[in-house]
Design a protein around this ligand. Structure first.
Ligand code: 13P
Length: 255
C-alpha cells in the first residue's frame, strides 16, 4: 500500500510574521515545487496571512494549530474553521498533547472539532499519544485507542480520506528522546488495526499515520522505513529552514 508521506511543521508559539515569512520562503524555494511528499506548515494564527502569501503558487500546504468547533460567537480568544479556511488553511492540528495537558481538552471536545473541521473541508491531524507515566504503567495502547476511537466518533468511512492521525508520545515531545523505530511501529500498527476495526482495512490502509516527537533529519530515515509510519509532525526541527528542509528531503529520498 503506497501512502504519500506527509511532513508537517508545527511551529507552536514561535515566530513573528517576518520570521515566519522568511522560513516559509526558504521552504518554498527548496521543496515547494516537488509533489512526492506533502509538506504542510502550521504557524501561529497571527502568521497565517503572511505565510499564505509566501506559499501561493507552491505545493506547500498551510494548517492551523487548533480551532474552536463553534461557527462563531462569544468565544474570546478562539478561532473557527471558517476563519482558517478564509486564510487558505487546508489542515488543522487537533488534540495536540499540549492542548490536552495545558488547556484540559477532552476527547469529546477534540471529537467535536474533528467533525466540524471535516464539514468545513479542513483535514484534521488528530493527535494521540501516551505520557511517560502511562507508558511505564503499560497503558500505551489503551490510551491511544481511547483517544483515537473517541476522537473519531461520528466520522464516516468516506470522511477518513481526509483524516490524518499523528502518534506523538508525550515523553518524546521536545525532549530529544525519540521513540525507537520499533517502539513507534508497534503503536502505528496498532492504530491502523484499530482503524480497520472502526471502518475496514481498505479505508485504514489509506489513512496516513504520522510520528511526532523529537523527529529530525538524522532519525527520520529509520522511522519512515517502518511500514505504518507515513510521515512526521515536527516541532523543534521545523523552526529552522535547513533542519526542516533536510527532513523533507529524507522523506523524498525514501519515497
Ligand atoms: P518536537 O519535534 O519538538 O519534539 O515536537 C513534536 C510535536 O509536538 C509536534 O506537534
Amino acid at each position: 500500500m503506497s501512502r504519500k508521506y506527509v511532513i508537517a511543521g508545527n511551529w507552536k508559539m514561535n515566530k513573528t510574521s517576518e520570521e515566519g515569512a522568511e522560513l516559509a520562503k526558504d521552504i518554498v524555494l527548496a521543496v515547494g515545487q516537488q509533489a512526492e511528499v506533502e509538506v504542510v506548515v502550521c504557524p501561529p494564527f497571527t502568521l497565517l496571512e503572511s505565510v499564505s502569501k509566501v506559499l501561493e503558487g507552491s505545493n506547500i500546504k498551510l494548517g492551523g494549530q487548533n480551532m474552536h468547533p463553534a461557527v462563531s460567537g462569544a468565544y474570546t480568544g478562539e478561532i473557527s474553521a471558517e476563519m482558517l479556511r478564509n486564510h487558505f488553511s487546508s489542515y488543522v492540528i487537533l488534540g495536540h498533547s499540549e492542548r490536552r495537558a495545558y488547556f484540559d481538552e477532552t476527547d469529546n471536545f477534540v471529537n467535536q472539532k474533528v467533525k466540524v473541521a471535516l464539514e468545513n473541508q479542513l483535514r484534521p491531524i488528530l493527535c494521540v499519544g501516551e505520557t511517560l507515566e502511562e507508558r511505564e504503567a503499560e497503558k500505551t495502547l489503551d490510551v491511544v485507542k481511547t483517544q483515537l476511537v473517541d476522537g473519531l466518533v461520528g466520522v464516516s468511512a468516506e470522511q477518513t480520506g481526509s483524516v490524518v492521525i499523528a502518534y506523538e508520545p508525550v515523553w518524546a515531545i521536545g525532549t530529544g528522546k525519540v521513540a525507537t523505530p520499533e517502539e513507534a511501529q508497534v503503536v502505528h500498527a496498532f492504530i491502523r488495526q484499530t482503524l480497520a476495526e472502526l471502518y475496514d482495512s481498505a479505508h485504514a490502509d489509506k489513512i496516513r499515520i504520522l510520528y511526532g516527537g523529537s523527529m529530525k533529519a538524522s532519525n527520520a530515515r529509520e522511522l519512515l522505513a517502518q511500514e505504518d509510519i507515513d510521515g512526521g509532525l515536527i516541532g523543534g526541527a521545523a523552526l529552522e529552514s535547513n533542519s526542516f528542509i533536510d527532513l523533507v528531503k529524507v522523506a523524498i529520498d525514501q519515497d
